[in-house]
Structures are given as C-alpha cells and as structure tokens.
Design a protein around this ligand. Structure first.
Ligand code: ATP
Ligand code: SKM
Ligand code: MG
Length: 186
C-alpha cells in the first residue's frame, strides 16, 4: 500500500537551504520503496563538477538555467521522490509546472534554525563572498532573510507543508509527511 501512495507520480520536496530536503527525501523514498533523486547531486554528476565550481565558472545565472533545464527533464523521465535545490522554485511558471507533474511539498523551518544549520556547511556558494570566504554572520543573516522572504510566496503554494526544525527526528518528520500525503491523495 505504501508503495502506491504517490500513485506513480513524483513527490517534490522544496524549501530553503538546510530545511532537510535531502535527509527527509532519502528516508521518504526508502519508506515508499521508490526511487530517490537529490537534484543538487544529480546536477553535479551530470556536469562532472561541484555546485561551487558551476557557480564559479558559469555564474549564478548559469547554474539556475542548468538547474531548470535538468528539472524539466526530471519531470519527464523520473518517477519517485525528488529533493529539490533550495532555489529550484525560481518562478511561478516552474511552481505551476511542478504542481502539474507531481505532489509539491514545502519543508518549512524557522529561519534561525536554518541559519544555524547552514552556517556549518561551506559547500553552499550563496554563503561565500567574492573571494570564496564565508560571509560575516550578520551580513549573511540579513541577506539570507531577504532571500527567504522573497522565496516564501513561491514555497507556500505547495499543497503540503511540513514543519521541520523542531524537536522531531527526521524519521518522525517522515511519518508525519506520509500521513499528509495520504490525506492529500485520498
Ligand atoms: N529532523 C532533523 N533534526 C536534526 N537535524 C536535522 C533534521 N533534518 C535535517 N537535519 C540536519 O540539517 C542539515 C540540513 O539538512 P539537509 O542537507 O537535508 O537540507 P537540505 O534542505 O537538503 O539543504 P540544501 O538545500 O542545501 O541541499 C543536515 O546537517 C541534517 O543532518
Ligand atoms: O538556495 C539556493 O539557491 C541553493 C541551494 C542549494 O540546494 C544548491 O542548489 C545551491 O547551492 C543554491
Ligand atoms: Mg540538499
């Protein structure tokens, strides 16, 4: 029964950096016994380059164009759980497209928790300055808060919203998500 929860359609996990898309996505796919794709990992494998290297060589615009092109291909060819990149919901057109091609989920995490989580990771180019050094924490907080607020209206169009970053384990969060998906498809 689990296996057919999403009825052959994709489940797209969206949300800001550090909200748990990759962690929850992998566990969800295991539970549903379906395939899992991490879009960031897939883009890196396809290009044979890390995301920071793609940003450096092609700029943010180059990365966004590539991410969008890969995501449109994934919609056509992949079936399973997809952990999106933090910036994958680039515009209204893409949000509409994902909603037509699967179940869109927003992982909603309080901003201070996001900041705490992502500050520990240097593999995110948006957190680095032009010389590749980590941005000053206060400057980073201000920039990311603005970016988060700009993206919220797109994320919030997901029919399923899962609150993450509280005191629940990833496994507990996945159980809650499965119930939400079950209610959504019923
Ligand atoms: N429920 C949880 N409790 C505690 N830590 C968690 C939980 N879920 C995720 N984390 C931790 O938060 C961090 C960010 O999670 P993850 O990498 O899955 O986020 P992401 O949304 O995929 O980020 P990105 O957009 O940058 O790819 C990781 O260190 C992960 O272990
Ligand atoms: O929020 C973002 O814009 C990003 C999030 C990551 O998942 C990566 O896709 C990349 O680092 C950009
Ligand atoms: Mg991730």
């Amino acid at each position: 029964m689990m296996k057919h929860l999403s009825d052959g359609t994709n489940i797209f996990l969206s949300g800001f950096m550090g909200t748990g898309k990759s962690t929850i996505g992998r566990l969800l796919a295991d539970k549903l016994e379906c395939s899992f794709m991490d879009l960031d990992d897939y883009v890196e494998k396809k290009e044979g380059k890390s995301i920071p290297d793609i940003f450096e060589e092609s700029g943010e615009k180059g990365f966004r164009d590539l991410e969008k092109q890969v995501l449109l291909e994934v919609c056509k060819e992949f079936e399973g759980v997809v952990a999106l990149g933090g910036g994958s919901l680039q515009n209204q057109h893409l949000v509409d497209h994902l909603k037509l091609n699967g179940i869109l989920v927003f992982l909603k995490t309080p901003f201070p928790i996001i900041l705490d989580r992502i500050c520990k990771d240097v593999n995110r180019p948006l957190l680095l300055d032009e010389e590749g050094n980590p941005k000053d924490r206060e400057k980073l907080r201000r920039e990311l808060k603005l970016l988060y607020e700009k993206r919220l209206p797109l994320y919030e169009q997901a029919p399923i919203i899962l609150k993450t970053g509280g005191d629940k384990t990833p496994e507990e969060e996945v159980e809650i998500l499965i119930n939400k998906i079950r209610n959504h498809v019923a």
